[in-house]
Write a protein that binds this ligand. Structure first.
Ligand SMILES: [Zn+2]
Length: 348
């Protein structure tokens, strides 16, 4: 009953809010009409690519994304038992409205969760998924073995090392030793699980675990230890260097599946085996756009600050944004469920 009152109260607030904003934005209108006009484009989680443009486009575009948050704030207000419920007529029209109201509530709740994930990326949240306790020992040995592979082949080479090559290095070097069956099972589990279950809503950009990167297609960027794909990525990076100058550095380029495994397992260990928390700071293996062309930039001598939101205050970032055409993959209001990453340049 309490929940029913809560939903009705919220419905009333939402409908009021939607009505109020109808003149200012199309959001309320779209939401209210989504059932009536099923074929029209309605407000939904913005497509990931559009989200990437949000920070450098108009505030109006951002408003579309943010609108449902305001609605949810209303829901978050403490509900008092004495709250008076608006008189809702019981004819068929209102039934329809109630159905649409449920949609609005569900959508607003999802939107609120998304904002919570992005803003509190480094905290343990209610719906987070954790690695089973009985898998943690294997996880640790897997993580350290991948680390030994990196040490053996070298930091630069490891960036473009394929999954099969990683396993082979284990077989060939006593300093690494073969990956165990349990470790291989865990590698499969990490790659093939649906990242949305962890609260990560990016697309799977590398479908094959064993995808390899052809050396003919890449260039090594001197002094960085990283590679870029020939073509769009290399051209864009060179262009940015020529505009911004020496202060701009490449902090991460192409990442093979093996490399993403290493970064991801590190994140998971650091997040105390909270898979969701790790996934808010790093795409799970198979989901990283670094595999297909995106890259990270930083300001010279900024160290680890290049991987915090502080980077948005750097001269390099400001100069990049002033160009007008740079797209940030994980904007402050992104719908991937990922932290704000002003350093991550979207290429693809
Ligand atoms: Zn990145």
């Amino acid at each position: 009953m309490t929940q029913d009152i809560s939903r009705r109260k919220f419905l009333y607030q939402v409908l009021t809010a939607a009505g109020m904003c109808a003149g200012g934005t199309a959001v309320g209108w779209h939401l209210l009409h989504r059932n009536r006009y099923p074929n029209m484009t309605v407000v939904k989680l913005p497509d990931p690519l559009a989200a990437g443009r949000a920070s450098i486009e108009t505030k109006a575009a951002m408003a579309v994304v943010e609108e449902p948050v305001a609605m949810v704030d209303a829901e978050a207000a403490p509900l008092e038992e004495t709250v008076s419920i608006p008189n809702v007529p019981v004819d068929s029209h209102v039934s329809e409205t109630e159905i649409r109201g449920s949609d609005i509530i569900a959508e607003a709740e999802e939107e609120a969760k998304m904002r919570e994930r992005v803003l509190h990326f480094n905290e343990d949240l209610n719906d987070d998924v954790w690695l089973d306790e009985n898998q943690r020992k294997i996880f640790d040995s897997l993580h350290t073995r991948i680390g030994r592979v990196q040490k053996t082949v070298g930091y630069g080479n490891f960036n473009i090392l394929s999954f099969d090559e990683m396993l082979k290095v284990g077989d060939r070097y006593v300093s690494v030793e073969s990956f165990t069956k349990a470790e291989k099972n865990l590698l499969d589990e990490l790659f093939f699980r649906n990242a949305q279950d962890l609260g990560f809503f990016g697309e799977k950009v590398t479908a094959s675990q064993t995808a390899s990167i052809k050396s003919d297609n890449v260039v090594k960027v001197p002094g960085s230890g990283h590679y870029l794909y020939k073509g769009d990525s290399e051209k864009l990076f060179n262009k940015l260097c020529s505009i911004v100058g020496d202060d701009l550095i490449l902090t991460s380029g192409i990442r093979s599946v093996a490399k993403q495994y290493h970064l991801y397992t590190s994140k998971v260990v650091n997040a105390n085996y909270n898979l969701s928390r790790a996934s808010r700071s790093l795409a799970p293996p198979g989901y990283s756009y670094h595999a297909i062309g995106d890259f990270d930039v930083g300001q010279r001598n900024w160290g680890l600050k290049n991987f915090t939101s502080d980077f948005a205050d750097s001269d390099v970032f400001k100069e990049l944004i002033s160009l007008g055409y740079i797209r940030i993959r994980y904007t402050i209001d992104n719908n991937f469920g990922v932290r704000f990453e002003p350093w991550h340049i979207r290429v693809v």
